[in-house]
Write a protein that binds this ligand. Structure first.
Ligand code: BGC
Length: 266
């Protein structure tokens, strides 16, 4: 299987670090022109864009808060101005603001739902409008467009102390499935990815030092994931190699969602 995303344009939200940055790099390596969206961290996104260009690729970094309708509209308009089309959206921006439910402020609830769920809706809506206008670009891809929603194992596994985050990811699952049901007949492919513990800034405390040993008890495969584990799957789901995969979520979690506590128990 050979994957080439040449002539395709990909927009990755939350691409200044972690999974988003890894996905943007992998999509660029596969030949796509890449828009790296960031919210507050311009410099790392711009640096990655420069690196992609230095390696012969096409890339641009664009700032926008995905929870704000007008900023999302500007982001997608700017993408079309820069590269003329859009073929792939990786709706990846996400954040955690953890607290026991009894102590969680409404502001922290709203912010996490705003970025993780509303942000994915606003970006998907903007992408769908472009895909509909564009239609299938013959010789470029069999689909008129592809959306990959970055979810989490916590779309399925409840997570005490993280109710805003888990609720947002449960919402992402239904957002993804409902949109897929709604637009697949327009040759638009929508899927999700549910990463487990991937070594990034969002979970540094849980993946370093003594905490890592505790975390590994939840991962039957016996290692914390790397950004590339997710980025490779994003390239696959963005490509025609997955052309018949519609409305499903790929769990990339070393078996975390298999309830490993039940081995020898229950
Ligand atoms: C969270 C990480 C967490 C992992 C497994 C992810 O969605 O962002 O912080 O380590 O799920 O619990």
């Amino acid at each position: 299987m050979q994957i080439s995303l040449k002539q395709q344009v990909a927009l990755v939200t939350g691409a200044s670090s972690g999974i988003g940055a890894g996905c943007a790099k992998a999509l660029a390596d596969a030949g796509a022109a890449v828009v790296l969206n960031y919210n507050s961290e311009a410099e790392p996104a711009e640096e990655l864009a420069r690196q992609i260009i230095a390696e012969g690729g096409r890339a641009i970094a664009i700032g926008a808060d995905v929870s704000k309708e007008q900023e999302v509209e500007r982001l997608f308009a700017h993408t079309i101005e820069a590269f003329g089309s859009l073929d792939i959206l990786v709706a990846n921006s996400g954040m955690q603001k953890d607290a026991p439910a009894v102590d969680m402020s409404l502001a922290d609830w709203n912010q996490v739902i705003g970025v993780n769920l509303t942000g994915q809706f606003l970006c998907a809506r903007a992408a769908l409008r472009i895909f509909n206008r564009q239609g299938v670009r013959e010789g470029v891809s069999r689909a008129a467009g592809k959306i990959i929603h970055m979810s989490s194992v916590h779309q399925r596994i409840p997570w005490a102390g993280h109710v805003n985050y888990a609720a947002s990811k449960g919402g992402v699952d239904m957002l993804m499935q409902t949109l897929a049901q709604e637009v697949s007949h327009q040759r638009i492919r929508i899927n999700g990815i549910a990463p487990g513990a991937i070594r990034t800034a969002i979970n540094r405390a849980a993946t370093e030092g003594a905490a890592e040993q505790d975390l590994l008890k939840l991962i039957p495969y016996g290692r914390v994931g790397d950004v590339e584990d997710v980025a490779n799957a994003v390239v696959f789901l963005a490509s025609d190699a997955s052309d018949y995969i519609v409305g499903t979520t790929l769990f990339i979690d070393g078996g975390m969602s298999l309830y490993p506590e039940f081995r020898g128990n229950g």
